[in-house]
Design a binder for this molecule. Structure first.
Ligand code: GLN
Length: 569
């Protein structure tokens, strides 16, 4: 096993995650098996209880982990399903050490920061890396933060255990170009390197993020002041699409240099043709469409973070690259329609509307109004999780005339068409919020429908069938995921929610024209509705799942492909 630690200098948010994912992609292209671990130095045990408007979207893994969005980039670049053990937080580390201490695992010992904390971190890194040639470990935060010290200590300790030849360090730094000076400044990077040196770590490579490419003069300057060969100082300028990052790194021969650093020969010659083609289509698409994402946007001071819907954004790009369509996204605050119904007309400027996942009452009536607009005006609509639940509420209200709602907002509604699962009710009553939603991959049976056709045409149905057969080897797990013995047309998608379409209303809604095109069978045999669509509409589709978490460049999520195609037709 070989380890590559990726740390960040100067400021956060410069794309350490994308850099780590790109390095992984490059090593994969040389034929190696790679996995990536994200270390989050916060005390939360996972990202499930963090505010998405501050930290960005919560990523969900197949095995139900709620994790920082960087894991999403790793999956999108590596094309692999990464498990939750690939995320290590300070909270997890301390919780486990205290659990071990209480259960007598350290009997007689004084349990201390050193060696117990770095030992637990190293153990977790090795466990997640098992079976891979390369393990990339991204350490969250910025060099100089107090909270990432134990992780840097563990990195150094791993180097001693495995030998320098098996551990490399990469610093992703930022080089500002102050407007009044008009020159790219290397000093903050020199200082970040110095700070990293203080922990005993000397970076083998520095990836220099900046608005513009780094010139040789600056490479030399960093070489002189930080004693790192300028060959290993890699330019990483701003670009139009993150998918170009590995291509740019390869222009600077990062892959070759890394393999040389480890004394390893490539297992195959990289072939970037297919990836390059998709990147070209993202950069120079033949057609263009505008998609409105009607969601909840909260400003942080003077800034507004669109990161809360990052996977939807990426899934749209993947579908666009496949169809040679460029996608312009309009971020529309749903509260706008609550203040002024006339604003709905502005949706005519969009070729299609997405209602993303969400929680709570803010902007809900605006989302329902937007769904009604799409249904009545033949505007392509894609509802994701909350988006599907609100589509059911909209249909119940305006087609059936019921005074309907989700009990998440109105617990006493006359028509609780969306209601909480009994198991979730118990969780909420006990205030056990962390990691208790319906999380991770579950199976759904698709019925004869447009959505079934959609999963078939993309080849996804066949690929999920292989996975389903594999999962059936463990009958207990298969049962938990809702994989029935004889069912056909089974697909797997990821979930993160507490509420469901109320089974009591399914028949009445169906009779009136709402097609439920797929369902999951719970352990107690209740059928949970997973997909819906409307006939006689160019594209009105929704799902209780989050298909955006399975979308990759070169393998777009079926529903996104269908939606984007409908948008430009
Ligand atoms: N708030 C809804 C629920 O908990 C939807 C969640 C979501 O969109 N992820 O069921």
């Amino acid at each position: 096993m070989k380890f590559i630690f990726v740390t960040g200098g100067v400021i956060s948010g410069v794309g350490k995650g994308v850099a780590a994912a790109s390095i992984g992609k490059i090593l994969q292209s040389y034929g190696f098996s790679v996995t990536i671990i994200k270390i989050d130095p916060y005390i939360n045990c996972d990202a499930g209880t963090l505010r998405p408007t501050e930290h960005g979207e919560v990523w969900v893994t197949d095995d139900g982990g709620e994790i920082d969005q960087d894991l999403g980039n790793y999956e999108r670049f590596l094309g692999a399903d990464i498990p939750k053990k690939n995320n290590i937080t300070t909270g997890q580390v301390y919780r486990e050490i205290i659990r071990k201490e209480r259960s007598g695992k350290f009997l007689g010992q004084t349990v201390q920061f050193i060696p117990h904390v770095p030992d637990e971190i190293k153990q977790r890194i090795k466990e997640a890396g098992k079976g891979h040639d390369f393990v990339i470990i991204e350490i969250g935060g910025t060099i100089g933060d107090y909270e990432n010290l134990p992780f840097l200590f563990a990195a150094k300790s791993l180097e001693i255990e495995y030998g320098k030849e098996n551990v490399a360090n990469i610093l992703v730094s930022y080089l500002p170009i102050p407007k009044n000076v008009g020159e790219m400044k290397t000093k903050p990077t020199q200082q970040a390197i110095k700070m990293l040196n203080e922990t005993g770590i000397f970076p083998d490579f520095v990836l220099c993020r900046a608005a513009r490419p780094l010139d040789n003069i600056r490479k030399k300057k960093i070489e002189t002041y930080a004693n790192i060969c300028s060959d290993n100082i890699i330019s990483a300028p701003d670009i139009k699409t993150i998918y170009k990052v590995p291509l740019n790194f390869e222009k600077e021969k990062l892959g070759e240099k890394l393999l040389k650093r480890f004394g390893v020969k490539p297992l195959q010659t990289p072939n970037w043709t297919a990836w390059q083609k998709l990147v070209d289509k993202i950069e120079n698409p033949r057609k263009k469409i505008t998609v409105g994402i009607v969601g909840k946007y909260v400003d942080i001071g003077d800034f507004n973070l669109a990161d809360s819907y990052i996977s939807i954004n990426e899934a749209l790009k993947h579908a666009g690259a496949e169809l040679d369509v460029g996608i312009n996204i309009e971020w529309i605050d749903s509260k706008l329609f609550e203040k002024n119904q006339k604003k709905l007309d502005e949706l005519n400027n969009c070729n299609g509307i997405i209602i993303p996942g969400g929680f709570g009452s803010s902007g809900v009536e605006g989302k329902i109004a937007a769904i009604k607009f799409c249904r009545e005006n033949d505007v392509p609509f894609l509802g994701l999780c909350y988006g599907m639940q609100l589509a059911v509420v909209e249909f119940a209200r305006h087609v059936l005339g019921w005074d309907a709602h989700t009990t998440e907002i109105d617990p006493n509604t006359d028509y609780p068409v969306i209601d909480i699962l009994p198991s979730q009710k118990r969780v909420m009553e006990k205030s056990e919020y962390g990691g208790t939603m319906r999380l991770g991959a579950y199976a759904a049976v698709l019925e004869n429908s447009e959505i079934l056709k959609n999963y078939k045409e993309t080849g996804r149905l066949d690929r999920d069938a292989l996975k389903v057969n594999e999962l059936k080897k463990n009958p207990e797990q298969a049962f938990r995921l809702g994989i029935l013995n004889n069912a056909e047309n089974v697909i797997l998608e990821r979930h993160r929610h507490r509420y469901e379409v109320n089974p009591e209303y399914v028949e009445e809604l169906s009779k009136n024209g709402l097609i439920f095109s797929g369902y999951h069978v719970r352990e107690d045999e209740t059928k949970l509705m997973e997909f819906l669509e409307l006939p006689n509409h160019p594209c009105f589709i929704a799902t209780q799942a989050h298909p955006e978490f399975k979308s990759r460049l070169g393998d777009p999520a079926p529903m996104f492909l269908k939606f984007v195609r409908a948008c430009y037709l």
